[in-house]
Design a protein around this ligand. Structure first.
Ligand code: NDP
Length: 396
């Protein structure tokens, strides 16, 4: 039995907490901590009495986090706060010997890098202390990485190309809102596109490459090439890979709002002075937009996220599509959160479960495609994220 400390009480933290409670035969103690205690208490109030404990923590402060880890005796820490806290929470885990799990790579609050460099640099410290860090254990990154590892293990000798296809066909009824933290979401979407081909990163203007993909149970959707962080580790960890790209669906209204906000400077992450007060425009925008955690009851429709991999198997060309479909309202009924929070929040709880059961183990820092995909694929099927594999025509 393990004690798990979940840090971050947003939409994703809510789902992770629910899933840990559903697996409480493996967790003797579940503690949810966040900067604002009231958000933890609100989640606790929706769960059976005594199912979790709550705590306040400023996770930017490693000493404070380490003290909490010691106080509750956590052996696993799930970081579902913001990417800005990754390094501080990793350092608290190194100090206390707790295992670390996150769903997004470290970001500096002032400059978006979208890279694992500083987290990978802690490899030796985790290895020396004999504990494990699972990086990117959400949906994408996360399940998409596991899909790639599963494809390689069971369907290919060599994978040559991967397209990650992320569709959210949910409708929340607002003219504009983001489905997860607006700062993180808008920074990601407004950045230049980038993909990897024949050993090189190729950069594009934002949203410059578009294709239409016919998503099962959703239908054809405009899908735009973006840079997404899981590509950085997959390029390292899938041998023989020649190309990897990431596509995400966006409707015209979302794109028009985003372009307009960008053109007027509302996506800036530097400080501007207004009547003697320093303001970061993107943080102001976040305060004005609907809280992603409040979208649950309003969002209808489905998500479909998957990978298309092509390559060779036993000398023949092969192409497969592995995907997972979630229904926003079903997710809301189960956890009080919509499908984007659900798909991101279930996998870190399952990562913790696999660590608790010692089905995943190791010393050091791991992107999850380097671990055996089979136990995670089995748990996804059992715990609300069932997936499909479809054989495609390799010439399609
Ligand atoms: P929210 O903004 O809704 O929630 C973030 C939570 O973290 C809030 O409770 C916030 O507290 C808390 N927090 C922020 N700073 C601190 C701090 N210094 N110390 C302690 N707690 C802090 O975000 P989401 O729930 O939408 O997203 C959570 C994470 O999940 C993000 O890192 C996001 O990038 C990631 N994600 C990953 C996905 C994937 O598939 N891999 C998909 C979607 C999201 P407060 O209430 O005080 O602000």
């Amino acid at each position: 039995m393990s004690t798990v400390l979940i840090i971050g009480a947003g939409g994703v933290g809510r789902v992770t907490t629910y899933k840990c409670v559903q697996n409480s035969d493996h967790f003797s103690r579940i503690v949810l901590a966040s900067r604002t205690l009231a958000r933890c208490e609100a989640i606790a109030a929706d769960l059976p009495p005594g199912a979790i404990e709550v705590a306040q923590v400023d996770a930017d402060n490693p000493a404070e986090t380490a003290a909490l880890i010691r106080k509750v005796g956590a052996d696993i820490v799930i970081n579902v706060a913001l990417p800005y806290q990754d390094l501080a929470i990793m350092d608290a885990c190194i100090e206390t010997g707790a295992a670390y799990i996150d769903t997004a790579n470290y970001e500096h609050p002032d400059t978006a890098h979208f890279e694992y460099k500083e987290q990978w640099a802690r490899q030796q410290q985790f290895a020396d202390s004999g504990n494990i860090a699972l990086l990117g254990c959400g949906f994408d990154p996360g399940v998409t990485n596991v899909f790639c590892a599963y494809a390689l293990k069971h369907y290919f000798d060599t994978i040559e190309t991967i397209d990650i296809l992320d569709c959210n066909a949910g409708d929340h009824g607002y003219p504009f809102a983001t489905n997860f933290n607006p700062e993180i979401n808008l920074r990601e979407v407004s950045a230049n596109g980038r993909y990897w081909e024949e050993g090189e990163w190729i950069e594009t203007e934002p949203m410059a490459i578009k294709m239409v993909w016919d998503y099962p149970e959703v239908g054809p959707k405009d899908s735009y090439l973006l840079y997404h962080e899981e590509m950085e580790s997959l390029v390292e960890n899938i041998p023989g890979l020649k190309r990897i790209r990431f596509f995400m669906t966006f409707g015209e209204s979302y794109l028009t709002h985003m372009r307009c906000l960008e053109n007027v400077g509302m996506l800036r992450i530097d400080e501007v002075e207004v009547n003697g007060v320093k303001v970061v425009p993107l943080q102001l925008l976040k305060a004005l937009l609907p809280d992603p955690a409040s979208l649950g009851p309003r969002t209808h429709g489905k998500t479909n996220i998957g990978i298309v991999a092509s390559g060779t198997h036993h000398g023949k060309r092969r192409k497969i599509y592995i995907y997972q479909i979630c229904d926003h309202q079903e997710c809301y009924r189960e956890t009080g959160a919509q499908a984007v929070s659900y798909t991101a929040g279930v996998p870190p709880a399952l990562g913790a479960l696999l660590l608790a059961r010692k089905e995943w183990s190791g010393s050091g820092v791991f992107n999850i495609e380097t671990l055996d995909p089979d136990p995670m694929m089995a748990e996804l099927n059992r715990q609300g994220l069932p997936w499909q594999v479809v054989e495609l025509d390799p010439d399609s």
